[in-house]
Design a protein around this ligand. Sequence first.
Ligand SMILES: [Zn+2]
Length: 325
Amino acid sequence: MFDLTNEIYHDANKAREHLEAIHWPNGPICPHCGNCDTTRIVKLMGKSTRPGVYKCNECREPFTVTVGTVFERSKIGLHKWVLATHLMASSKKGISAHQLHRMLGITYKSAWFMAHRIREAMKEDNQSSGPLGGEGKIVEADETYFGKREDGYVSPARKGRPYKSKKAAIGKRAVVALVERGGKVRMFHVKHATKDAVRDILVCNVPRDTILYTDESRIYTATGKEYADHQTTKHSAGEYVRYDRGMVIHTNTVENVFSVFKRGMIGVYQHCGEAHLHRYLAEFGFRYNRRTALKVSDAERAEQLLAGARDKRLTYRRINEASYA
Ligand SMILES: [Zn+2]
């Protein structure tokens, strides 16, 4: 249960202890040298020392729990970070920087950077989280088009577009998503959703013994042959679900993911620089992969987000390079 009166949202020290409990369940770990021998780490208690500072007796370096996390060197109180993290983890369609700015009493600009750092913590490590699908499992793949492209590219009008709705693709940003039925999603911003771009994403994320479901788009035809099975539904003919030898063939799962994403991007975020799109995709993916249907509570999702904050420092400089918009 979300309890706004919980001290971790109001007291920076309580917030720090909360973060320590998540990151260091067995006692502090030195982020500089990796020393986790708690007999070789001392907590600095001096009057002039700020709370939560430890010193490593191996490398002689001082540290706190935020070193090496997206919260490092922030002037915003850690309790505000913990609250913002909870709000972003539990709001299905996201929460705007304007809303955070008002709720946390920080400037809009601070809220904007804060939200982007939290999104950075939401990024999944696809390498360590393993492949999607596998033998006997189903992965739905689909692409969608959303928001105006910033490079001014307008795809040439071509005859014989597979079906009406994709006409919306002209001049828009392309996103490809893979969803394992009953499992996780991965979303990718691509320059162009071509056969080659989609193949690269599929073979890097989904093993060949997986069953692939897509719509009739020709970008999946050749790659589909590399998979254990490839079934399609013909949306142009009004076919959204097809029953075949006990299989329920559709791409509704991935389309629902796109639907939540678009509603959030239109209703909550409104403006999103193309350079930042990958972080918004990470945000919606993070929540979907820990959705209530998988029996993950809001509190657990928020804790996993705080845990993911390590080793993903996003400096102001790095975000600035990608423009503040
Ligand atoms: Zn050390």
